[in-house]
Design a protein around this ligand. Sequence first.
Ligand code: AMP
Length: 280
Amino acid sequence: MKEIAGLEQMRAACAEIRRSGSTLGFVPTMGYLHDGHLALVERARAEADVVVASIYVNPTQFAPGEDLATYPRDPDGDRAKLEAAGCEILFLPKSNEIYPDDFSTYVVMEEIFARYEGAFRPTHFRGVATIVAKLFNIVGPDVAVFGQKDAQQVAVIRRMIRDLSYGIRLAVVETIRDPDGLAMSSRNVYLSPEERQEALSISAALRAGRECISTGADNYVALEQMRATLSPSITPDYIDIIDPETFDHAANRSGPLLGIFAGRVGRTRLIDNMRLDGGG
Ligand code: AMP
């Protein structure tokens, strides 16, 4: 696996691969990799000839007071996992090249930006869309692979690819979970054993919603069941049933239904989601 830090060196390496006739699959990450990330690499291998991953803890998607400074890092472990998973190029960009001092151009988006994660983290998606746009411009992938774990991020990237005519195929990988149901996340490392136990009620709540819908209950009944299943120690930022394309609240049982949750377990903010209507 080749490691590249320089932006122009990365652009040249990717251009060379494309010139040789190979297709590029791209997996952007913030590192501290787990099996969820590696499932994305595996999908990229299935979708393209050459796999490129990036590790960059992007400051513009963190608000002041969030965990930018303490975000977990394990460069040696990440390197070994990517190498074993069949990643060919690892891009490790430097902030001074990504965000020069007078950086002033951002990607912003209406509608879908403002709700749920966008409401609780008002500058988050501007940071995500901007870094992903920049990485797309540097790498020039044929296919980009993202995780359904960050469902609204997927909706934002899908919209950006269409609206800005990127011509990049988006591949979405289902949420990889620990055997007890907890969605894998780099932030799970922050949880104490007691908090981890409480956090299991998040996936349990989503499964309870799915169970309700499958037995023919209305959405508001399923949502009440989801709330009731959540550990009382967890105050959600939001828990809802929505249309996964538009992120509109879904009041009726027709169409695709996504259960979504975000909230703090102790000091750790976790998100999760699950299709409730049997679709995928
Ligand atoms: P992150 O490093 O948290 O920015 O995540 C990088 C990519 O991995 C994103 O596309 C995430 O949606 C995806 N991802 C994170 N956790 C999981 C998971 N448990 N299952 C599948 N994909 C995931």
